[in-house]
Write a protein that binds this ligand. Structure first.
Ligand SMILES: NC(=O)C1=CN([C@@H]2O[C@H](COP(=O)(O)OP(=O)(O)OC[C@H]3O[C@@H](n4cnc5c(N)ncnc54)[C@H](O)[C@@H]3O)[C@@H](O)[C@H]2O)C=CC1
Ligand SMILES: O=C(O)C(=O)[C@H](O)COP(=O)(O)O
Length: 388
């Protein structure tokens, strides 16, 4: 069989199954151009590469895979029109993002002198990430308000009942999990605009881990100068990698678009693309399996403080916050932002371990979901494939 020529983002682990098919050339995805693809059949990207007609025209690329959940960087209609197959990895890093969100919500509650259990949480977008967050919070006994008009119109079965956006934005803590879309009735570009931001009060928390432009960053920076501003935690920014340093100084915690950056989430993203590639070629494709010993993590959980400490044994958002704040002093902050992501320290999702330790019934129910290995109770996500 003729070896396949593959170009892959340098920030993509787990490429061995692709290396077995041909040659893999690693490139800086942010700087990839058409010239890099002159002799390439397969292109594997992450969210930092804009994939459109201009990039692919005149190249032999026939399959593009993005090891991400979000697809706003890909012009899927153009690829279809050009006869190029496209695959991505819905759900690959949903657990990593949900763990980030749970920790962020607990940190915000601690800061605001409340418990998560006695707070209401609003979830905007109840897909792979939002529904997992909703499921975990419900297990804890938290009041969850969620909105998702596309799911509502489809009459989908959801883990919590759906309501409208304004009701959700009145919750004590609001977390955003929508795709970035610019057209149609559900467009999310600047969904949190100046007016909606003005309605968030000082006892509220806003957390965004979806895409920067879902929140109007300039309006947010200005809102955060008000005495009655909400507490804000941001993982995603408009204009990445050159983010607004003034906004960063005003948010309580900031990170460089790494909520989904777990070892397992990144590995699964690539594995799902390999699965999709085999399906596209008409070959049978097994389900990715994450093998390995699961060490014991001993940690009794009697209250939310213990839960927060447990989450922080796996990962601490404030480490990312510290590194991001230091990076804006770099001579080239955009390059420093990307370097933080490229050189990200290994971070495991909780199911990497087996939990041991006493817990209250509500916390115990949550812990069993958090430590449930994929493919056991929770189904392994499947890739999405557009065949032209
Ligand atoms: N910070 C990070 O590292 C990561 C960020 N993301 C971002 O998070 C987003 C959400 O991830 P998933 O939950 O996995 O995506 P998903 O596609 O499974 O779910 C998105 C949900 O949002 C809903 N939605 C669409 N428009 C809406 C609107 N106007 N209002 C309310 N709901 C709306 C959809 O119906 C869908 O149920 C991704 O699109 C991606 O951009 C995803 C993974 C990692
Ligand atoms: O999956 C997504 O969607 C994401 O936002 C990614 O986790 C972001 O990582 P990169 O693709 O930019 O490395």
């Amino acid at each position: 069989m003729t070896p396949i020529r593959i170009v892959a983002d340098e920030n993509m682990p787990g490429l061995a199954p692709f290396e077995a098919l041909g040659t893999v050339r690693r490139v800086d995805g942010r700087r990839l151009t058409r010239i890099d693809l002159a002799d390439t059949e397969v292109l594997l990207v992450r969210s930092v590469t804009r994939v459109d007609r201009a990039l692919l025209e005149g190249t032999p690329v026939r399959f593009v895979g993005s090891a991400t959940i979000g697809t706003d960087h890909v012009d899927r209609a153009a690829l279809k029109a050009m006869g190029v197959a496209f695959a991505h990895a819905p759900g690959c890093n949903a657990r990593a993002v949900a763990e980030y969100v749970l920790q962020a919500l607990l940190l915000a509650c601690r800061e605001q002198g409340r418990t998560l259990r006695d707070s209401s949480v609003g979830i905007v977008g109840l897909g792979n990430v939002g529904s997992r967050v909703a499921q975990w919070l419900s297990a804890l006994g938290v009041t969850v308000l969620a909105c998702d008009p596309p799911l509502q119109r489809a009459g989908a079965d959801t883990v919590v009942p759906l309501t409208d956006l304004d009701t959700v934005l009145a919750a004590d803590l609001v977390t955003l999990h929508v795709p970035l879309t610019r057209q149609g009735p559900d467009a999310t570009f600047h969904m949190l605009d100046r007016e909606r931001l003005s309605r968030l009060g000082p006892r509220q928390t806003l957390l965004s881990t979806c895409r920067g432009a879902v929140v109007d960053n300039q309006a947010l920076r200005e809102r955060l100068t008000d005495a009655d501003a909400p507490l804000v935690l941001l993982d995603v920014w408009e204009g990445e990698p050159r983010i607004d340093a003034g906004l960063l100084t005003r948010v309580r915690l900031g990170s460089p678009h790494v909520a989904g950056y777990s070892v397992e989430g990144k590995w699964l993203g690539t594995a799902m693309l390999h699965q999709a590639f085999r399906l596209w070629r008409g070959e049978s494709a097994g389900v990715p399996v994450m093998a390995g010993e699961r060490p014991i993590l001993e940690h009794p959980v009697a209250n939310e403080g213990d839960l927060l400490m447990l989450l922080r044994r796996a990962y601490r958002i404030d480490d990312d916050d510290r590194r991001l704040r230091a990076s804006v002093d770099d001579i080239d902050p955009g390059r420093a932002f990307d370097a933080l992501r490229r050189d990200y320290p290994p971070r495991h999702e909780l199911h990497h371990w087996r939990h041991r330790g006493e817990a209250t019934p509500a916390l115990g129910a949550l812990l069993s979901l958090l430590f449930d290995p994929p493919g056991a109770g929770s189904a392994m996500p499947a890739p999405a494939l557009d065949r032209p």
